[in-house]
Design a protein. Structure first.
Length: 161
């Protein structure tokens, strides 16, 4: 799929993508917007361990969001308790350009199991808009501690049936 002047695809995660994902994680604005981050986001060992577990989990589906042949983010689904949950991260330079929306659409074509849940910090208006425009319905809220913000934040919980 593509947006004007950009070819957006999903593909398997290549080892070199992890360097870009780690770089994306270092952006303080992006980490704040996402609301979640490891306790020490600059620790590459923790990052590699997390990604090793995610990529090695047979119950997860993980894709690189590719724009014009380069990694622009990631999207993944994992099993959380009794349901699958989707999470995504897009490099800040692609915010507001339809990249994440297109990636979600492509991912939902590939991953058809329902219900599918997602969680978003209440002030992440871009992600809230994307999820609701794709049929996700709000099912509740949770108070969680955000390492990225060093405070308790409210996350909206969504479900796609």
């Amino acid at each position: 799929m593509s947006t004007p002047n950009m070819k957006i695809t999903l593909r398997d995660v290549a080892s070199g993508d992890l360097d870009e994902f780690f770089r994306f994680q270092q952006d303080a604005d992006a980490a704040h917007m996402a609301g979640f981050a490891p306790t020490n986001p600059k620790d590459r060992g923790i990052f590699d361990h997390h990604w090793g577990e995610l990529l090695g989990d047979e119950n997860s589906l993980v894709r690189t969001i590719d724009v014009d042949g380069a990694p622009a983010g990631s999207i993944a689904v994992f099993r959380d308790e009794d349901c699958h949950e989707v999470m995504f991260w897009t490099d800040k330079q692609f915010w507001g350009k339809g990249v994440t929306t297109t990636a979600i659409d492509l991912f939902l074509e590939e991953f058809s199991a329902r219900p599918l849940r997602a969680r978003v910090v209440v002030d992440n208006h871009g992600s809230l808009k994307i999820l609701t425009s794709r049929g996700f319905e709000e099912i509740g809220e949770e108070q969680v501690f955000s390492n990225a913000r060093a405070e308790v934040v409210t996350e909206k919980l969504f479900e796609l049936r």
